[in-house]
Design a protein around this ligand. Structure first.
Ligand SMILES: NC(=O)c1ccc[n+]([C@@H]2O[C@H](COP(=O)([O-])OP(=O)(O)OC[C@H]3O[C@@H](n4cnc5c(N)ncnc54)[C@H](O)[C@@H]3O)[C@@H](O)[C@H]2O)c1
Length: 260
């Protein structure tokens, strides 16, 4: 059954946090799959660089500076998708910041900073993008949450709470947007080798993660973008409201022992 997906050459996608890591990989993948892409990032240089890479490879893309905390910049991002690519069908929310900080040492201001970017930023982008998808008659929203939104861990109360919020938001929006032929899903990566991870993971953190992941390795941005490409496709037409862990089995595990 087809649910009215636009022809691939008419697809329009926006990727927040598209200048780096998982967002960059999703932007490149959506472009390879035929979409015109708006690469949005608070870092204007990396957004422009990724868009240029896509164009050099024969795709359609434009980069734009967007801080997901700023309403006017988010509105400009969606308007750009419409003016450049004729509408909006796919939104991938990857803009985010990490943390590794003990709760007892943390300020409320730090909690609010993380939530403003990761959770409210995701909400804002969907809020502005969804009406365009309603107009298009077909939509795919892919939110990037985290295993930290599903499981407890050390030093991650603000980050984990923001990511749990995204999982809840995904379920609730799936219900409200289903009548408009828009699916809303999330991906929960385990640790993936990106700039964010390089900034916060010490050797000890890496050793602990590697031991506790059944596949005993970090994921790659491509493994996340492969899942995003599926959830953003017509093939995922009857999947909505779900969070898919892409984590080498991490979220299914309580403890791992060496067996003889
Ligand atoms: N790397 C991992 O191990 C991992 C695991 C689970 C979830 N995630 C999530 O994946 C997403 C991407 O992370 P990544 O690892 O690719 O990190 P990254 O640091 O490589 O990329 C994040 C991008 O978001 C942008 N960004 C940050 N704040 C922004 C803001 N206010 N407005 C717009 N853009 C902003 C950054 O400039 C950067 O380009 C994040 O939401 C992160 O929480 C990452």
């Amino acid at each position: 059954m087809t649910t009215g997906a636009p022809d691939r050459s008419r697809l329009s996608a926006v990727v927040t946090g598209g200048g780096s890591g998982i967002g960059r990989e999703m932007a490149m993948r959506f472009a390879r799959d035929g979409a015109g892409v708006v690469v949005a990032d608070q870092n204007a240089d990396t957004a422009a660089r990724v868009a240029a890479e896509i164009v050099e490879a024969g795709g359609r893309a434009v980069g734009v500076k967007v801080d997901v905390r700023l309403q006017d910049e988010v509105e400009n991002m969606v308007a750009l998708a419409v003016s450049q690519h004729g509408g909006l069908h796919i939104l991938a929310n990857s803009a985010g910041v990490g943390e590794q900080m003990a709760f007892l040492k943390q300020s409320i201001a730090e909690f609010e900073r993380i939530v403003a970017i990761n959770l409210t930023g995701t909400y804002r982008c969907i809020k502005v993008a969804a009406p365009e998808m309603v107009r298009s008659g077909w939509g795919r929203i892919v939110n990037i949450t985290s295993v930290a939104g599903m499981r407890g861990s050390s030093g991650r109360v603000s980050y984990g709470s923001s990511k749990s919020g995204i999982i809840g938001m995904t379920r609730h929006l799936a219900v409200e947007l289903a009548p408009h032929n828009i699916t809303v899903n999330a991906i929960a990566p385990g640790p993936v080798n990106t700039d964010m991870v390089k900034a916060v993971h010490t050797d000890a953190t890496r050793e602990t993660y590697t031991r506790n992941i059944p596949m005993h390795r970090y994921g790659t941005p491509t493994e996340i973008s492969d899942a995003a490409a599926f959830l953003a496709s017509e093939q995922a037409s009857y999947i909505t409201g779900h969070t898919l862990p892409v984590d080498g089995g991490m979220s299914s595990t309580s403890s791992i022992f060496d067996l003889d």
